[in-house]
Design a protein around this ligand. Structure first.
Ligand code: HEC
Length: 164
């Protein structure tokens, strides 16, 4: 095994843990407009994977680093990410995000891949879901995490008693 320098290991840990600082990537209505203007379904046309497991493997890394802190390990929306929100007077009001669960039966984005890719790319502008297409993820990684969500996160688990 190669040794990872301590500084880099700490940096990776900080990224992985998310921290409780306000995200630079937080979506605002304006930036969602920019993301929407840049979004085109064709961005994903040329992406291909040797097989599903290659996409799933990559997607699992993206999920761990970029999604899990808010959406939770299983997609239940229980990442308990602390988002610092300021009120109208500029006073800091700490809040904890609770994104909707991806595990609800019939969840739209569980089967509609085009809609899922677009949502991840642009965010919604309503709340703090980042618009990944213009803030940090390449189309290939957005595609990978979409495959991961649809093949792993929402897939029925063999052990249905597992934490959901
Ligand atoms: C900073 C916290 C945060 C991070 C990080 C984050 N999300 Fe979200 N996400 C949210 C919130 C909050 C919502 C619900 C509000 C909204 O629509 O903006 C949401 C909504 C979603 C939805 C729509 C859910 C629904 O049922 O409407 C999808 C799909 C999604 N996120 C995918 C992702 C993916 C994929 C990643 C990683 C690449 C990710 N999110 C990272 C906070 C986050």
């Amino acid at each position: 095994m190669r040794r990872v320098p301590l500084g880099i290991a700490i940096a990776i840990l900080l990224v992985a843990c998310g921290g409780n600082k306000q995200e630079q990537t937080t979506a605002g209505a304006d930036s969602v407009g920019i993301a929407l203007a840049q979004y085109a379904p064709a961005l994903f046309d040329s992406i291909s994977w040797p097989d599903d497991s290659a996409a799933v493997n990559r997607g699992s890394v993206v999920w761990t680093f970029s999604c899990k802190r808010c959406h939770g390990e299983t997609g239940a929306g229980d990442g308990h990410f602390v988002q610092q929100v300021k009120d109208a007077d500029g006073k800091l009001v700490a809040d904890t995000l609770a994104p909707p669960s991806m595990l609800t039966p019939g969840w739209t984005y569980g089967t509609d891949k085009v809609a899922l890719l677009k949502y991840i790319y642009t965010g919604s502008g309503q709340q703090p879901m980042p618009h990944w297409g213009i803030s940090g993820l390449k189309p290939r990684d957005i595609d990978a995490v979409a495959v991961y969500i649809q093949k792993v996160v929402v897939a029925p688990k063999p052990d249905s008693t597992k934490a959901r």
